[in-house]
Write a protein that binds this ligand. Structure first.
Ligand code: 13P
Length: 265
């Protein structure tokens, strides 16, 4: 298992949600890059990405390109449509034009507040792939799902449908975010995360083949902090984290990205 894991570069991704305007984003990204460089972070060994609101993306792109910062970035959503009369939506081709590395798709907050179904998540995944932007497909169960169906059933079904709708893909990231763990301070245990992430890797294998599954990064998200990241990263099927609240604190996010330096890793 360790040999398989070594082909996947860990990804620490900061989902800012609806926080930080474009001016705050510039200051934040500058500080983050300094903080990581100061700590001699190995950016090839652990990739670090930020996910600001749409209105910040052009500023973040320009800063990262101008200062050649070794950070990645992406958007928090994408339209399933190519273009046209879809007020308020943002096309995958626009994200490509901003050189976004990734786009988060199907976050539980999009599913909850914007009615995104697994089919829509699949269509958005296809839109990202078509535009060479790597989708980060989010799945996860609610507390009721957990009680009724156990830990893996709902996330497995969500991913299976999304990948079936999306079609052929070679470059995807999956994020397992139990809804009950998001913003609650109540993270899953590393063992719980490993169990579901292993099941999700099996779904990727079933849909896209063993080779793609072995290369696909599966992230854990939900109340990740510097004090618990190492436990998750020790698991063979957890390849990084999707961080919400703690990604808005430069010191804390830097420490999460530096998990390899934590004791016992
Ligand atoms: P928290 O880290 O704040 O729990 O949020 C997780 C999340 O939703 C990341 O996408």
């Amino acid at each position: 298992m360790a040999a398989v894991n070594s082909q996947r570069v860990p990804l620490i991704a900061g989902n800012w949600k609806m926080n930080l305007d474009h001016l705050q984003a510039i200051a934040f990204v500058q500080k983050l890059a300094w903080s990581l460089k100061d700590a001699r972070h190995d950016f090839d060994g652990v990739q670090v990405a930020v996910f600001p609101p749409f209105t910040d993306l052009r500023s973040v792109q320009t800063l990262i390109a101008a200062d050649k910062l070794p950070l990645q970035y992406g958007a928090q959503d994408v339209s399933q449509h190519d273009s046209g009369a879809y007020t308020g939506e943002v096309a995958g081709s626009f994200l490509k034009a901003l050189h976004c590395d990734y786009v988060i798709i199907g976050h539980s907050e999009r599913r909850q507040y914007h009615g995104e179904t697994d089919e829509i998540v699949g269509a958005k995944t296809a839109a990202a792939i078509k535009n060479s932007v790597t989708p980060i497909i989010c799945v996860g169960e609610t507390a009721e799902d957990l009680e009724q169906h156990g830990p893996s059933a709902v996330p497995v079904a969500q991913l299976r449908t999304a990948l079936a709708v999306a079609g052929k893909a070679t470059d995807v990231v999956v994020a397992y975010e139990p809804v009950w763990a998001i913003g609650s301070g109540q993270a899953a245990t590393p063992e719980q995360a490993e169990q579901v992430c292993a099941a999700l890797r099996a779904v990727v294998a079933e849909a896209l083949g063993d080779e793609v599954a072995a290369a696909t990064r599966i992230l854990y998200g939900g109340s990740v902090k510097s004090s618990n990241i190492a436990g998750f990263m020790r698991q063979p099927n957890v390849d990084g984290a999707l961080v919400g609240g703690a990604s808005l604190d430069v010191t804390e996010f830097t420490s999460i990205a530096r998990f390899k330096q934590h004791v016992g890793v």
